[in-house]
Design a binder for this molecule. Structure first.
Ligand code: ZN
Length: 285
């Protein structure tokens, strides 16, 4: 299971600059796109018996190159499908040994600067494969997150449905890490239970995490920043805590955050749009 997830993430990571275009085609109904995705599934599973993670990734890359060649070897590609040819030009330079850990560490390094001495030393990441998509009806993002306090310290869980780890899901992994780290890690370290109905944690602080991660993306992962910023807003709007029909802590908290920002921002600066850093992600629009 681990090798399959790792290989999928690695195949997507080295094509970070093309994931936006790829993700926009996933639900197009195109037979060619279906073959490309099937090739991704097949290739990710190809390194299960490899002697090392690095070998598994190399095998998966070799396999997907072959599958991409087959899927795209048709003379009648549409203009949109032609964009998929760019997936064959991966950039292994800068590839991570573990893309999940790399994305996690990038976010953690930034969040630490927000919390300073409150940040726990014993935080760790746990990758949890899911049997199914975490939400119903399913959306484009087959992942979720959770932060828990254990006797050995605070654990950030990245929960992923392996078959759903495609371009859209990969692009929002930093958003999940930002939510867990900005909203939950420090309260968890202080012994507080995560409360899904809290408009503060799941709304106002979620707004803050979204604001920050969209600001960090161009610095941390410039190749995928544009697409990831777009997907961040979409994901945060659909990945709301379950069980709320008449009351949405996310909407209430987002509205409070935007009201707070509008009150704290000088009217002239707000109207001019100068403080982009303070510009809300507008999830309520
Ligand atoms: Zn949360």
């Amino acid at each position: 299971m681990w090798r399959g997830l790792l290989s999928r993430a690695a195949l997507l990571e080295v094509r970070a600059q093309h994931l936006g275009a790829f993700s926009s085609l996933v639900d197009s109904g195109s037979v060619v796109v279906r073959k490309v995705l099937d090739g991704l599934h097949l290739s990710a599973a190809s390194g299960g018996e490899a002697v090392s993670d690095a070998k598994a990734i190399a095998l998966a890359e070799h396999c997907w190159q072959r599958e991409l060649g087959r899927a795209l070897a048709t003379p009648r590609l549409t203009n949109h499908e032609t964009n998929l040819q760019r997936l064959s030009a991966s950039s292994p330079n800068g590839a991570s040994a573990d893309p999940f850990a790399a994305l996690y560490q990038g976010v953690v390094d930034r969040v630490v600067t927000l919390y300073g001495g409150l940040w726990p030393d014993d935080l760790r990441l746990d990758l949890v494969p899911l049997e199914d998509h975490p939400r119903s009806p399913a959306d484009a993002y087959a992942l979720s997150g959770q932060t828990t306090s254990t006797p050995k310290g605070v654990v950030v869980e990245l929960q992923v449905h392996p078959d759903g780890l495609g371009p859209a899901t990969f692009l929002v992994i930093p958003v999940v890490f930002a939510h867990e780290c900005v909203c939950h890690v420090v309260p968890c370290a202080a012994g507080q239970l995560v409360n899904d109905e809290s408009a503060f944690a799941e709304g106002l602080m979620d707004w803050a995490s979204l604001h920050h991660v969209r600001r960090w993306l161009p610095q941390l992962w410039p190749a995928m920043a544009g697409a990831a910023r777009s997907h961040a807003k979409l994901f945060s709007a659909v990945a709301v805590p379950k069980g709320h029909r008449s009351y949405s802590p996310r909407i209430v908290g987002w509205q409070a955050a935007e009201e707070l920002v509008s009150q704290l921002t000088p009217p002239g600066a707000w109207r001019s749009g100068c403080p982009r850093a303070l510009s809300p992600p507008s999830p309520c629009a």
